[in-house]
Design a protein around this ligand. Structure first.
Ligand SMILES: NC(=O)C1=CN([C@@H]2O[C@H](COP(=O)(O)OP(=O)(O)OC[C@H]3O[C@@H](n4cnc5c(N)ncnc54)[C@H](O)[C@@H]3O)[C@@H](O)[C@H]2O)C=CC1
Ligand SMILES: O=C(CO)[C@H](O)[C@H](O)COP(=O)(O)O
Length: 297
């Protein structure tokens, strides 16, 4: 298949590389010319602009957006619009709000797939987990690319109609906040408690057969290995927060109580000044899965 990829940062570049590795042809564009050139070196056909990318694709255009959520998605769609028709498919693989995706699906001349993407840059080799919303025919049409970008056929599925992919990803991120908070609290007690513990050894032991083993716990193990049991100079400051806020807002609207996710979000908002260990670990874990910059003292 021939795929256009717009946005070649930490995530978009993985879409390019995995698609090329699976034998697909890729036309690539980023506002940053260096990112476009780097994708070309990897085997993609470079485009000079969004319009140029659309022109270089064949009759039935398949285009994957991996730009920051918000205005960049709308700006890209505005530029694409004159080139699109009902036979074309656009995938938004970023962390867009599901209501924005519903609006875009209604106004986009092409079939529109909202695709929640989990795994982060650390999943370049293994592939992502993809949660897709939108028309079934478009999902089936893009399945060869989803197979390549995800961990494989089991790593993606169609969640339902427009918006459902980003809705599921929003809730995923709420769960991510709560899990990070739970691990953080447990390790904080171990760190402050009665025994002088090697927390990397604790995490490693838990990761080998314990009920609470997980990828986030593997990232805890990595963080303690690289930063030390006291997390060194990792600051008590957790950035991000938009996707967790959306989850809590939706829970309030639906009158579904989510005290753990809300509390984890509140911890982020109050993460200033008092050096909470749990938040310093969450700060470091966001580097582990997302290559988000570690805030340091
Ligand atoms: N980093 C992560 O762990 C994850 C990120 N995401 C989502 O994936 C999307 C991309 O994230 P990253 O790759 O991490 O961001 P990034 O900042 O590494 O890359 C974004 C790229 O888009 C380019 N760009 C911005 N506006 C553009 C435009 N109008 N046209 C063309 N290119 C444009 C930038 O130059 C940059 O190269 C975001 O929506 C993010 O929330 C989703 C899951 C995980
Ligand atoms: O989607 C992700 C992981 O699943 C991204 O890493 C996202 O940036 C995490 O959310 P936040 O920035 O609010 O911590």
């Amino acid at each position: 298949m021939e795929l256009g990829v717009i946005g070649l940062g930490r995530m978009g570049r993985i879409v390019v590389d995995r698609s090329l590795d699976a034998g697909h042809d890729v036309v690539a564009f980023d506002l940053d010319a260096e990112a476009t050139a780097a994708a070309a070196e990897a085997g993609a056909t470079p485009a000079d602009s969004v319009s140029d990318l659309a022109d270089r694709l064949g009759e039935e255009r398949r285009i994957w957006l991996m730009v920051p959520a918000g205005d960049a998605v709308d700006a890209t769609l505005d530029e694409l619009e004159p080139h699109l028709d009902a036979e074309d498919v656009v995938v938004d693989g970023g962390n867009s709000h599901f209501e924005d995706s519903v609006r875009r699906a209604e106004s986009c001349p092409a079939a529109y797939l909202d695709c929640g993407t989990s795994g982060g840059p650390a999943s370049a080799e293994a592939g992502f987990s993809l949660m897709v919303g939108g028309p079934a025919w478009a999902y089936e049409e893009l399945t060869p690319v989803f197979d390549a970008v995800a961990t494989g056929p089991a790593g993606h599925d169609r969640m339902g109609e427009a918006g459902s992919g980003h809705y599921v990803k929003m809730v995923h991120n709420g769960v991510e906040y709560a899990l990070m908070q739970a691990y953080g609290e447990g390790f904080e007690l171990l760190h402050e408690g009665r025994y002088d513990l090697d927390l990397e050894a604790v995490a490693r032991t838990w990761n080998n057969g314990a009920v609470i083993r997980s990828w986030l716990l593997e990232l805890c193990e990595e963080a303690f290995r690289e930063e030390g049991s006291d997390l060194g100079d990792v600051a008590d400051r957790i950035e991000g927060g938009s996707t967790g806020t959306w989850t809590v807002q939706e829970a309030l609207e639906q009158e579904v109580p989510l005290p753990l996710i809300y509390q984890a979000l509140a911890e982020r908002f109050s993460s200033r000044g008092d050096g909470r260990f749990s938040r310093r670990l969450a700060n470091r874990l966001r580097y582990g899965f997302g290559r988000h910059e570690v805030q340091r003292e």
